[in-house]
Design a protein around this ligand. Structure first.
Ligand code: SF4
Length: 451
């Protein structure tokens, strides 16, 4: 059996000087770096890069900061400086020409970008929440909004809790403030991500926080409702089908949240789900999907499935295929089970041979492609809203996504005669054609013109 060994994440050392405010800045930067997959190093020797958060309040504090930078350069050599003394970049550079980057106080994005450049994170499909390309290429008009880190579950194929720890939810007001800023800066679509979005706030007992004169609970439903009021599309990822997911469906019916749910089911057979130790392993999930669709007929459900999990029998697999036929999910990603170092499933008996995994993978892909083709063909002739991602000046065409399509992982809508549109525009589109994954159409004004 092949076992995938995960790459060692880069390590960041931190020297944090100054007042409590600077300490909070350091915590915020480190939280972001941890979320990006970095490890912390307790010493200079083990760090791939050292971050010095400086204080410039008094001359003595400045001197202490300069000494700390000097020590980090001498001990490690790869140093990024941030904090109050960052305002005096020329003083730092004059004394330490080898510092890799100098950023000022509260320039979180700049300092995180400088660390990324100095010690690039190593992408891994086993632990990253967003596709590798999505991290680097997120354009201004859509943004990932991370609401928590870590996970309280212990799925047998997963090493995330081991790497990132138990669930730690962000405060709802902090998330909403970040979302509000993103929308003010041009974001038209907020992609809510976490390891387990429906568990948001469990660790902080759904504690409410003041927001715009009222209180908002740290709870998926409350957060989704408030995000929906900001005027951008709100797309929910990694939602486990706990009973309270029923409560976000009315928000979709009201138009506050996109009619889209990304639910990583991973399997359907109760036996396999039990062996996988999956959360929200609800036998009545098909019935619930039917109920959701009765309330929101255009609800798009995307999911991913693992085939060839240890112990998956022919009956289990047949159950999965029948379930998929019944569930009629809009988007399906399939993966062959891979043994990952440190995951309990790696040591399980009854590993499925590679050839059988491949066969099952192809069967799931074939079925889901057929279902996807049929569902997309049914949209031909309809009118849908499309968020433009890219325009092609040479052809006059454009590419965008409907409410049913998340960036990078779902399909696209290809437009002809789309001159004058810009990325970030939302246009009404007449759907003219469809294939297995994508739709093809034309902006509505043009479609309305007589032939
Ligand atoms: S829910 Fe399971 S698969 Fe998802 S992060 Fe938690 S342990 Fe891993």
């Amino acid at each position: 059996m092949n076992v995938t060994t995960l790459p060692k994440p880069p390590r960041v050392g931190l020297v944090s000087l100054g007042c409590p405010k600077a300490l909070v800045d350091s915590e915020r930067i480190m939280t972001k770096l941890r979320a990006d997959g970095y490890d912390m190093s307790p010493d200079y020797a083990g760090a791939d890069v050292v971050l010095v958060n400086t204080c410039g309040f008094l001359d003595s504090a400045k001197e202490e900061s300069l000494e700390a930078i000097g020590e980090a350069i001498a001990e490690n050599g790869r140093v990024v400086v941030t904090g109050c003394m960052g305002k005096e970049a020329e003083v730092i550079r004059e004394r330490f020409p080898d510092v890799l980057a100098v950023t000022g106080p509260q320039q979180y994005e700049e300092v995180v970008a400088a660390v990324h450049e100095a010690a690039p994170p190593i992408p891994s499909p086993f632990i990253d929440l967003v596709p590798e390309a999505g991290l680097k290429l997120t354009p201004r008009h859509y943004s990932y909004l991370k609401i928590s880190e870590g996970c309280n579950h212990r799925c047998a194929f997963c090493i995330i809790p081991h790497l990132r720890g138990d669930l730690v939810s962000r405060r709802p007001d902090a998330i909403l403030r970040e979302a509000e800023k993103l929308v003010a800066a041009g974001t038209r679509e907020l992609l809510v991500i976490s390891q387990d979005t429906s568990a948001y706030g469990v660790d902080i007992r759904h504690q409410p926080r003041p927001w715009k004169g009222e209180e908002v609970r740290a709870h998926m439903t409350d957060l989704a409702r408030e995000l929906g009021k900001l005027g951008a599309w709100v797309r929910l990822h990694y939602v486990y089908p706990y009973p309270h997911v029923n409560d976000v469906i009315p928000l979709m019916a009201e138009g506050l949240v996109l009619p889209y749910l990304d639910i990583p089911f991973q399997h359907a057979s109760p036996n396999v789900l039990r062996r996988m130790r999956r959360p929200a392993n609800d036998a009545k999930v098909l019935e619930r999907i039917r109920n959701w669709r009765a309330q929101v007929p255009d609800l798009a459900i995307r999911s991913s499935f693992v085939v060839g999990f240890p112990g998956e029998t022919e009956e289990d697999f047949a159950y999965l295929l029948a379930w998929l036929e019944e569930a009629q999910l809009d988007r399906v990603g399939a993966f062959k089970f891979e043994a990952v170092e440190g995951a309990p499933a790696t040591a399980m008996n009854d590993q499925v041979p590679d050839a059988l995994k491949q066969e099952r993978f192809e069967a799931v892909m074939a079925l889901s492609s057929r279902i996807s083709s049929e569902k997309l063909a049914a949209k031909v002739g309809s009118r849908i809203d499309v968020l433009i991602d890219a325009v092609d000046d040479a052809t006059g065409g454009a590419t965008g996504r409907s409410k049913a399509d998340a960036p990078e992982i779902d399909g696209e809508v290809h437009l002809r005669d789309a001159g004058g549109l810009q990325p970030g525009d939302i246009v009404r589109v007449h759907v003219e054609d469809a294939d297995e994954h994508d739709l093809f159409g034309v902006p509505e004004e043009l479609a309305a013109l007589p032939a």
